[in-house]
Design a protein around this ligand. Structure first.
Ligand code: GLN
Length: 259
């Protein structure tokens, strides 16, 4: 009996030693690994290739910046509205999601230097008889946008809060790809989608949808890190300037934005 106990103790101690070694191995690895969170519904910045891998301008850019500095990068697809909470709870280290730098978000996260400029646009289905030439015309349709975005804020603040659009006619989507899919089904689902201009242009390439209005909002995208993570932020900013000074930057623009 005593012997059995001894053997049991030895096995237990061995298991603990092995466990500790294995765990420290993990922490060692995670220190060099950066988890990038995105919302892969926003071409050409982040979207799924036919084989389901996440690609896009933001993804290539942040991967280039971080791998050049010795990190390995893992990309996780998270709903846009959950990106900031995921950063705050340490589930991800960086947000790369065409996220507009704005005052409200700056209270919650730290942004890199801006890397791309954008405005908002109104997207409609081609041939659906949707007649929108001014902002006021939007009242005649159901208007869609992705929850948590600056496009959603614009519809809410400029149309719904001012009484120009009945709140019943404002449809919120978790994913912009779903909003555009509904747009293509037809105005019975959604008549117009308010969305960032470069992304509207990407969706319009299919020929199913087109831009009927431009809304000047003067937005700039930045990568976001947890508040106070200056070490990572400095690395991202340094890497961003370095990449911009090379032909990699022009090639990336050409690859994702050439018409
Ligand atoms: N630029 C917009 C924002 O920051 C939309 C981003 C997105 O949907 N990925 O709210």
């Amino acid at each position: 009996m005593e012997n059995k106990n001894k053997i049991f103790s030895i096995v237990l101690v061995l298991a603990m030693v092995i466990g500790t070694v294995a765990l420290s191995g993990c922490t060692q690895e995670t220190k060099n690994k950066i988890i990038v969170g995105t919302s892969a519904d926003f071409p050409p910045f982040e979207y799924k290739a036919t084989n389901q891998t996440i690609i896009g301008f933001d993804i290539d850019l942040i991967k280039k910046i971080l791998t050049d500095q010795g990190y390995t990068v893992e990309v996780q697809d998270i709903g846009f509205d959950s990106l900031i909470p995921s950063l705050q709870t340490g589930k991800i280290d960086v947000i790369a999601a065409a996220m507009t730098i704005d005052d409200e978000r700056m209270l919650q996260v730290d942004f890199s230097n801006p890397y791309y400029d954008s405005n908002q646009t109104v997207l409609v289905k081609v041939g659906a008889g949707v007649n929108i030439t001014t902002i006021e015309d939007l009242k005649n349709y159901t208007v869609g946008a992705q929850t948590g975005t600056t496009g959603w804020d614009w519809v809410n603040d400029t149309l719904v809060a001012t009484g120009k659009l009945n709140s019943d006619n404002f449809r919120s989507y978790d994913l912009y790809t779903d909003a555009v899919a509904d747009l293509i089904i037809g105005p019975s689902r959604v008549g117009a989608v308010v969305i960032d201009s470069p992304v509207a242009q990407a969706f319009a390439k299919s020929g199913d949808v087109r831009i009927v209005l431009n809304i000047t909002t003067n937005e700039s995208y930045g990568f976001a890190v947890e508040k106070g993570n200056t070490e990572l932020l400095t690395k991202i900013n340094t890497g961003l300037s370095a990449v911009k000074a090379t032909t990699y930057w022009e090639d990336l623009i050409e690859q994702y934005f050439a018409t």
